[in-house]
Design a protein around this ligand. Structure first.
Ligand SMILES: [Zn+2]
Length: 147
């Protein structure tokens, strides 16, 4: 088993920066690019609740903003009895870039779970539009307006 101790340390460190005054549930994530570069994220909550962004997406968006789009693994650390799994939204957003991403989850007591993103998000929504070969819809009766 590959040792993800360093990546988990990064996630634990990132967790310390979490802004979670509403839930009190601080989460840290460390996303390792295929190149080995690591991008960290923490959850950032908001008074509106719905605008809260999870640690996993903060890390991913930081990586994409830096021009990185290929990833090998993500470590997520939270203070929970069992290692906390990423929410559905984060699973889908991570899947966009790395369906086979290695996911390592841990709590502060060192309990760990390791799995592939595909296992966490079976039957994910995929980018179907990139596979369309025609601008016609399936009936062939309607076309996109000419420009
Ligand atoms: Zn999430």
């Amino acid at each position: 088993m590959e040792d993800f101790a360093e990546l988990l340390d990064c996630a634990r460190e990132a967790r310390a920066a979490a802004y979670a005054p509403y839930s009190g549930f601080a989460v840290g994530a460390a996303l390792q690019a295929a190149s080995g570069q690591v991008f960290c994220g923490c959850n950032v909550e908001n008074a509106s609740y719905g605008l809260t962004v999870c640690a996993e997406r903060v890390a991913l968006f930081a990586a994409v903003a830096a021009g990185v789009r290929e990833f090998a693994a993500v470590a997520v650390v939270a203070d929970s009895p069992e290692p906390a799994t990423p929410c559905g939204a984060c699973r889908q957003v991570l899947y966009e870039f790395a369906p086979d991403l290695q996911v390592i989850l841990a709590n502060l007591q060192g309990r760990q779970k390791k799995m592939r993103l595909r296992e966490l998000l079976p039957e994910a929504f995929d980018n179907f539009t990139s596979r369309l070969t025609s601008s016609k819809c399936s009936t062939g009766k309607r076309q996109m307006p000419e420009k």
